[in-house]
Design a protein around this ligand. Structure first.
Ligand code: 6R9
Length: 649
C-alpha cells in the first residue's frame, strides 16, 4: 500500500461541526457510552440486550467458539413481532402512531400500535390457515404499503423467515431468489404507485412462478385495483383471507438464533448472496443503533427513513429498529419527484418529521433541482439528518446540512452493509464533532479498523481495507445454503476478522473515511485513489450535479481515470470549455495524478434500483467493451444514451 495523502488533505476538508449545545445536553447517547463499551464490550452488549423483552432470558452473551459462526444471547427466547408490537400495546401505548402512511397519489392511512397488533395478528392467523409453519421461508414482493410491514411481522410472529424482494426486480430475479431460498409461499400486490402510474407486481410474480413450481400459494394485496390474471389453484386475495381472521394471535417465543430473515444482497456481479439474520442479535443491534445514532425520543419524534423496505435500510430503520423502540415513522410509497419535486419536503412539513434518513444520491438530485424547492416548505421540525448507502461527498453533506437542516441539525453519515444488519460506523449526534464526508467512529461496542494487505493496521492517513475485528450482535450469521461462500467472502482475507470489501482511511484524529468498494479503488501509476475522491472533487464544481469515475485499462499507467458527469440544470450545455474547466478543477483540487483522461457529459448515470452507480457498466464503455448485464438497472435506457453520446463525441 502506498503512502497517500488523506482524503482530508486531498479535498482540503478542514470544516467540522460540533453538536449544538441543546442537542448534546438532551442526547440519548453521551460520551460515556464509548467508555463503558471499551471497558467491557460483552457487558455493554448484555446491557443493550435489555432493550428487548425476552420470554426466556439468555445465559451467555456471545458464543464465538465455532467462528466465524457466531451465536448471540445464547439460550434466550423471544418473539420479534411481540417486541415490535404487542409489548408497546401492553405498556399502554396502543394509541401511539406506528406509521403515517402516505401513498404516492396522496392517499393516507394512520396506523397506531393497536392497529398494527390487530393487522399483524390477523395476517399471522391467515398464514397459519394457509399452512405456513415455523421455519418455512416466505417471499414478499410488494410496494411500500402498510401490508408489507404486516406481512413481515406476521412471518416473524410465526418464526417463518421472510425474504423481501425489492418491488423493482424482474421476474427472473424473483425466481432466482425463490428457488435459492426454497420458498413455497409468496405475498405480493396487484401493483403499486410509482412515478404517477400504477406499476404491476402480480404479473411479474406470475411470470416468475412459471419457473417456480414449488410455490403453492400467492397471497395478493389489492392496492391499485388493476386487472390481474388469476390462477385459482394458487392465488388468493389478502382481503378475502386475512380480513375474516380472528384479531387475536398468541405469539410463540423462538430461540435467539432462530432465522428472522434472508435478504439477497444487491450484488452487482454473480449469483446474489442470501444474507441471513437471526432474531435476538438483530433486534438488539437495530434497536440500540436507532436509539444511539438517531437519538430517538419515541414519544416526540417523527422518524422517516426515505428508503425502500426491500433493502436492508428499510428492514432495519423502517421496520424493526423503529418498531422495537415504539417510535412513530413515516412510510412513503413513491418517488421524490411525483407529482412534483417538493414532495419530500411537503411530507416533512405535513407530518412534522424530526429525523430524516436517506441516501446521498437523493441529496445530489435535490441539489440538482435547486435549493429553491426545499426553501418553499417549513422544515423547522427537523432536528437530525442521516445519510447511508454510499460515500457522501463533502459538498452534498454541506448542502444537506444547510438547505435541509437549516445549519441547525447534526448530520450523521452512517456506514454499514446488509451483512452488518445495523449501523456500525457513525457519529453519535450529541457527542461527535462531525466532518463533512466522514462516517467518523465505530459505534460503542464495535471494533473496526483499516488493514493493509498483510493484515496490519495502517498508519493514520494511509488507505487500506475496512475490517471489523470483533463480532457484533446484528452480524450476518451465514449465507443461506452456502457456508463456504460465507467463509470465503468475509472471513478468508484475514484470520477471524470480518472483511467488509470497502476501502477506507483513518485520519490523524482517528476518524474513518469510507472510500467505497475496494473494486472502485483505482491504481494510476502505482497511486491508490478512490473513485469517491475524484467524484467528490468533480461534484464540488458549481456546474456539476453528479459524477461517476471509473478506472479504465491504460498501457502506460495501469489504469486511467474516466469521468462521467451530469451537469446542473443551471449550467450551460457542456462543450469543450466545461470539460477543460473540470479537468483543471480536478487537477487543482486533488493533483495532476487525479486528472481524468476523459470527461464525458451525460444526461444520466446507470444506477441500481437502490441508487448505487453501476461503475462496472461505465467501465465497459470506457474500455470499449460490449456493455455487460444491465438487468439490475433502474432504467436500462440510460446505457443506450451514454453509448450513443460516446460514439458522437
Ligand atoms: C446500508 C447499505 C453496503 C455498501 C458498503 C459501502 C456502501 C453504505 C456508506 C457506504 C460510504 C457510507 N456504503 N453506507 N459507503 N459511506 N455511509 O447501504 O447496505 O446495500 O448492503 O450496501 O454501501 O460500499 O459496502 P448495502
Amino acid at each position: 500500500m502506498t503512502n497517500n495523502p488523506t482524503i482530508q488533505e486531498l479535498s482540503h476538508e478542514d470544516r467540522s461541526f460540533p453538536p449544538p449545545a441543546d442537542f448534546a445536553a438532551a442526547a440519548n447517547a453521551q460520551a460515556v457510552e464509548y467508555e463503558k463499551a471499551a471497558a467491557d464490550r460483552i457487558g455493554y452488549w448484555e446491557e443493550q440486550a435489555q432493550r428487548i423483552s425476552w420470554e426466556t432470558p439468555f445465559d451467555t452473551v456471545l458464543d464465538w467458539s465455532d467462528r466465524p459462526f457466531a451465536k448471540w444471547f445464547v439460550g434466550g427466547r423471544l418473539n420479534a413481532a411481540y417486541n415490535c408490537v404487542d409489548r408497546h400495546v401492553e405498556n399502554g401505548l396502543g394509541d401511539r402512531v406506528a406509521y403515517y402512511f402516505e401513498g404516492e397519489s396522496g392517499d393516507t392511512r394512520t396506523i397506531t400500535y393497536s392497529d398494527l397488533l390487530r393487522e399483524v395478528s390477523k395476517a399471522a392467523n391467515a398464514l397459519t390457515e394457509l399452512g405456513v409453519k415455523t421455519g418455512d421461508r416466505v417471499a414478499i414482493y410488494m410496494p411500500m404499503i402498510p401490508e408489507t410491514v404486516f406481512a413481515m411481522l406476521a412471518c416473524a410472529r410465526l418464526g417463518a423467515p421472510h425474504t423481501v424482494i425489492f418491488g423493482g426486480f424482474s421476474a427472473s430475479a424473483i425466481a432466482d431468489r425463490v428457488k435459492d431460498c426454497g420458498v413455497e409461499f409468496v405475498i405480493t400486490a396487484d401493483g403499486g404507485y410509482r412515478k404517477g402510474k400504477p406499476s404491476a407486481l402480480k404479473s411479474v410474480v406470475d411470470e416468475a412462478m412459471e419457473d417456480c413450481p414449488e410455490v403453492r400459494n400467492v397471497l395478493v394485496v389489492r392496492r391499485t385495483g388493476q386487472d390481474v390474471d388469476w390462477n385459482d389453484d394458487r392465488d388468493l386475495w389478502w382481503h378475502e383471507v386475512v380480513d375474516r381472521q380472528p384479531e387475536i394471535h398468541t405469539p410463540e417465543a423462538f430461540d435467539s438464533e432462530h432465522p428472522l430473515y434472508i435478504m439477497y444482497s444487491s450484488g452487482t456481479t454473480g449469483k446474489p448472496k442470501g444474507i441471513m439474520h437471526t432474531t435476538g442479535g438483530y433486534l438488539v443491534g437495530t434497536s440500540f443503533t436507532h436509539w444511539a445514532v438517531f437519538d430517538i425520543k419515541p414519544d416526540k419524534d417523527v422518524f422517516w427513513t426515505a428508503a425502500d423496505i426491500g433493502w436492508v435500510t428499510g428492514h432495519s430503520y423502517i421496520v424493526y429498529g423503529p418498531l422495537a423502540n415504539g417510535a412513530t415513522s413515516v412510510l412513503y410509497e413513491g418517488t421524490p419527484d411525483t407529482p412534483h419535486r417538493g414532495r419530500w419536503w411537503e411530507i416533512v412539513q405535513k407530518y412534522k418529521v424530526s429525523i430524516l434518513y436517506c441516501a446521498p444520491t437523493a441529496i445530489r438530485s435535490f441539489m440538482k433541482w435547486g435549493r429553491d424547492i426545499p426553501a418553499q416548505y417549513d422544515l423547522s421540525s427537523l432536528r437530525l439528518l442521516g445519510s447511508v448507502g454510499e460515500p457522501i461527498n463533502p459538498e452534498a453533506w454541506m448542502w444537506y446540512r444547510e438547505h435541509i437542516g437549516g445549519n441547525r441539525c447534526p448530520v450523521v453519515d452512517t456506514w454499514w452493509q446488509t451483512e452488518n444488519g445495523s449501523i456500525l460506523i457513525s457519529p453519535l449526534p450529541g457527542v461527535t464533532e462531525t466532518k463533512p464526508g466522514s462516517a467518523m467512529r465505530p459505534l460503542p461496542g464495535i471494533v473496526a479498523d483499516v488493514f493493509d494487505d498483510e493484515g496490519n493496521s495502517v498508519e493514520p492517513g494511509n488507505g487500506g481495507y475496512l475490517v471489523v475485528k470483533e463480532p457484533w450482535p446484528s452480524m450476518l450469521r451465514t449465507l443461506w445454503g452456502d457456508e463456504e461462500r460465507f467463509k470465503k467472502t468475509y472471513w478468508s482475507q484475514y484470520p477471524e476478522v470480518y472483511f467488509a470489501g470497502d476501502g477506507a482511511k483513518i485520519d490523524r484524529d482517528g476518524d474513518f473515511w469510507v472510500l467505497g468498494r475496494v473494486d472502485d479503488v483505482l491504481n494510476v501509476s502505482g497511486h491508490r485513489m478512490s473513485t469517491a475522491e475524484i467524484e467528490s472533487a468533480l461534484v464540488a464544481h458549481p456546474k456539476v450535479a453528479e459524477a461517476a469515475v471509473v478506472g479504465a485499462k491504460d498501457e502506460m499507467t495501469g489504469q486511467a481515470i474516466e469521468a462521467f458527469v451530469i451537469l446542473r440544470e443551471s449550467a450551460d450545455d457542456g462543450g469543450d470549455d466545461v470539460v477543460n474547466d473540470l479537468r483543471s478543477h480536478v487537477r487543482s483540487s486533488i493533483g495532476p495524478i487525479a486528472t481524468p483522461r476523459s470527461i464525458m457529459i451525460v444526461p444520466d448515470l446507470p444506477k441500481t434500483r437502490s441508487g448505487k452507480i453501476m461503475r462496472r457498466l461505465l467501465k465497459d464503455v470506457a474500455e470499449n467493451r460490449e456493455v455487460g448485464d444491465v438487468t439490475t438497472l433502474a432504467d436500462s435506457s440510460v446505457m443506450d444514451l451514454i453509448q450513443k453520446g460516446m460514439k458522437e463525441s
